[in-house]
Design a protein around this ligand. Sequence first.
Ligand code: SF4
Length: 376
Amino acid sequence: MSKHKKQEAIPKPSLLPSARKLLGTSLLFWFAERKRDLPWRKTKDPYSIWVSEIMLQQTQVATVIPYFERFLKSFPTLDILAAADEQEVLMHWQGLGYYRRARMMHQAAKIILSNHDGIFPREPEALAQLPGLGRYTRNAVLSQAFDYRLPILEANTKRVLARLFGLMQDIDSSSGNKFLWEAAEEILPESDIGAFNQAMMELGSLVCTVSSPKCGSCPLSTICLARQSDLVGNIPVKKKKVVVTQVAELATVLVNGKKILLGKRPAGQRWAGLWEVPHDTPTYDFSELKALRSISKKYVSLMPRKFLEIGRVVHPVTRFKITVRVFLGKVSGRAKSGFYEELAWVAPEEMGGFPKSSPQSKIIAMALKALAGSKT
Ligand code: SF4
């Protein structure tokens, strides 16, 4: 007998036609009454919907709205986005995080322009060939723009479906995920697919929330298995929480006169194309000064004689919590780097022209403040 425990098979999700009809009618009625007025809900343009879907990945609706509006003002069509410089695209993404999304969307726009005459493809198979267009994004755009009968599954709908069908398996396991995709397909109505898919997400965001779901005012309460079985608090089932690891870093802000040295991160690296000051985890074989000098030497071949600590920045990255201690060091001489794609000495008034990650924006703002307050 195999020593591995065989995974319990999950029966296929199914609904009686009457329950499916009730679900579609109640949900669409609720959505028409309660939906939030969001800019991407006012359009059927696949390009605009695509931009909104990419921005909404891992990011809250309220945060996305101003970014979405600014982005479409600067890049109103797919052709304009495809022709834009990557640095310009990253500038519009600055502060939104997960910059890979922006780079992949930009690459995909270029491919659509060259391979599809700039017309957003309507076939899921063609979209699957493009970077950053996974099953969820493809189906979300095609169902909202063209009302294609395609299911969607993301964090909110996963939770709603797991509760609706009383799924007692881990929602992130492959069998749980398969079940939920089948469930998302099973509940689709015959028409109004775009609105229906959005309604499911809206329900997850406003009513069937992670904690304290408002079952009393839920349009699906009469057919919800978790509600009927008093299991709402137990579903969705998730594997144990990821343990957060604390990481300490040192950042060296190298200053010459009023200018700060920035490096552009190379392609293929996290935060590729964004600008930053050298930073790294310290090597504890050295004193702090030696650790700081070794970081600035490693990245830009400069070694200040001394450093002044000006503050710290804390930022979470997936399962890490990174605390960066920020130091200023005066330098002269020529910087060169085997790591950064480019180096630039940047005056305070030019800083806005260099796209940066959020933690780096905070570090540089802190440095600019310290420099403005210093006598030199
Ligand atoms: S009844 Fe409660 S648990 Fe079920 S879908 Fe509605 S809000 Fe979620």
